[in-house]
Unconditional design. Structure first.
Length: 282
């Protein structure tokens, strides 16, 4: 049986992104999402999640660009001079790999984010992370431990493969490929038993550019078992563009693909069953 878990990242990051995710759930194939605890639209996202009980909601653990949830004085090595997290993935990775960022600060912030979501009434279905930083083995071990402690059943392993893309170009191929190799290492070495985990992930090489054409190509290659499709729908509103336009994401393009009647028909033709983390076997 082919199962596809369609997870939209960045829920609550802005109202336009939140509204796009809800539209992709109500009128498309999105079954799951991941909320940013420090997002400007967090409260709005919580209310919309509660109004859509069939939408699985996980925690999108965040260590880049945003303001922290924990008190800055409790996580000093994570905070830059502007009071925010490191400005990008590369700066964060450098700080972690050189041990300038203390792991205990990361754990305090992760705990604060999880607890904020749970205190808002959410019961997280899974943990993943912004820009997939939890694939770094030391952070992956930490996330596994926190998931057990907070009784969160699902974990994303962002193990994508270039084979899904064929000859299509991909921005940032090298770091995305390295990320997928790390995720494969995590799965092999730490063998996260008793968690709900998909056997593979797709869409990571297509972040922000998941058009209908690319999505159809992915659907034609979905194997038997459970696969997670990582996507980023949104409305592309002025707020989102002002804050995150530098990502170059086509939120509206992804929303149109995820709500396409052609995509829905292809799912039916290929006998792919849509699930969320609740539908996975642990």
């Amino acid at each position: 049986m082919k199962q596809l878990l369609v997870n939209a990242d960045d829920f609550g990051l802005s109202q336009g992104i939140t509204d796009g995710i809800i539209a992709a759930h109500q009128g498309g194939i999105v079954t799951s999402t991941s909320i940013v605890a420090s997002g400007r639209g967090f409260d709005d996202a919580v209310a919309k999640a509660q109004a859509n009980p069939n939408l699985g909601v996980g925690v999108h653990l965040t260590l880049v660009e945003e303001l922290p949830v924990a008190a800055p004085q409790e996580i000093p090595t994570l905070i830059q001079s502007d009071g925010r997290f490191p400005k990008n993935y590369s700066t964060l990775m450098q700080g972690l790999l050189l041990w300038h960022i203390r792991r205990k600060d990361v754990e305090r912030e992760f705990r604060a984010q999880i607890e904020k979501c749970m205190n808002a009434g959410l019961r997280p279905t899974h943990l993943d992370s912004h820009q997939h930083v939890h694939a770094l083995p030391s952070l992956f071990r930490m996330v596994l431990r926190l998931a057990r402690e907070y009784k969160i059943a699902g974990i994303r392993i962002p193990r994508d493969s270039p084979r899904w893309r064929g000859d299509r170009p991909c921005d940032g191929f090298a770091p995305k490929y390295a990320l997928s190799l790390l995720a494969g290492y995590d799965a092999l070495v730490y063998r996260p038993a008793n968690f709900k985990i998909c056997q593979g992930a797709v869409g990571i090489f297509d972040s922000g550019v998941l058009s209908e054409e690319r999505l159809l190509a992915i659907l034609d290659r979905v194997p038997d078992g459970a696969t997670e499709l990582v996507c980023h729908p949104g409305m592309g509103d002025a707020e989102s563009m002002a804050m995150y336009g530098h990502w170059g994401y086509g939120w509206q393009t992804e929303l149109e693909a995820l709500t396409s009647a052609v995509v829905t028909a292809r799912l039916q033709a290929t006998q792919i069953r849509l699930i969320n983390y609740a539908g996975l076997n642990g």
